[in-house]
Design a protein around this ligand. Sequence first.
Ligand code: PAZ
Length: 334
Amino acid sequence: MWMAVDVEEQLRKLWLLLIMQIGMSKPRAASIDGKLSAEFAVPSHVDAVKELMSAFAERHGAAGRRVVLITSGGTKVPLESRTVRFLDNFSSGRRGASSAEYFLDCGYAVIFLHRHRSLYPYARLYAGVNLLDGLRLGGSGGCTDQEVVVDQEALPKIGRVLRRYQEVKRDGLLLPVEFSTLSEYLHLLKASAQVLGTLGSKAMFYLAAAVSDFYIPASDMPEHKIQSSNGPLQISMKMVPKILSPLVKDWAPQAFVISFKLETDTSILLDKARKALDTYRHQAVVANVLDTRRGYVVVVTPDTQAELILTDEDASKEVEIEEKIVSNLTGAHA
Ligand code: PAZ
């Protein structure tokens, strides 16, 4: 009899040991941070940008303003050190750019961390227009090149949009920061999170960028252009560290953090959104499907699930889904 108890006791100890080891092998914030410095080249301008962000956060924080960091556009993942080829993704940056405008309308100051040449607040409204088609020469009979007139048909509402853009600029409410590669994105996001962490609950993160899940570490990357003469290309990529974990736990633990989840298979979307909330313990996930993302999203929080839908009537009044997303989230933040 006592033999059986002993085996049971041993099993219990083994089980505890196993649980402790599983716990210890979980990716900790410190190891993610270490991996960031070791495997992703630190951009040379990160300290200068961090100073700009600090001054921005301090100024708006002192004025009692909430500050949101918006990430927008897709990351570029190089395949060679002297990069000729890279992996990219579909994101246009429209969600981030339009959301920035609605956050500004709600009184937030905005740090806009966006992919170089992706859509930009206000300018995005004319992204499809060739600038030269929106202007014509003015003066007597269009003969002088000293006067240029805006064609309001080609650039609708340009006066109103320009006025709002200039107000935002005058009041220093929008701080644009650019990234191209995944490394730049990760280091700049870390810097901004450390800065906004000082604002406590006044800070919001709206992580709408489409960030690669895979990368090739610098040490595994060929220096020169990959040669087709070597035959078909086989690449092996590593998993990108989940930066949301140290952001929520260490860098900005009191901030209001929203991540985005994109899927193409609707049937797994909400489960994935819930799993992200369970894993990272942040405030909300905006879940969307590639094909319907302009008209339908679900805002998932630990206790609620809100469907936001763009109706035909909304569309006829030029309402955008981002206005509804931002209104929902700023309400929750307040
Ligand atoms: O940039 P965009 O307007 O074309 O698309 C927006 C989006 C789909 C990239 C965004 O809503 C999103 O879901 N971002 C997270 C993507 C992801 O799961 O990695």
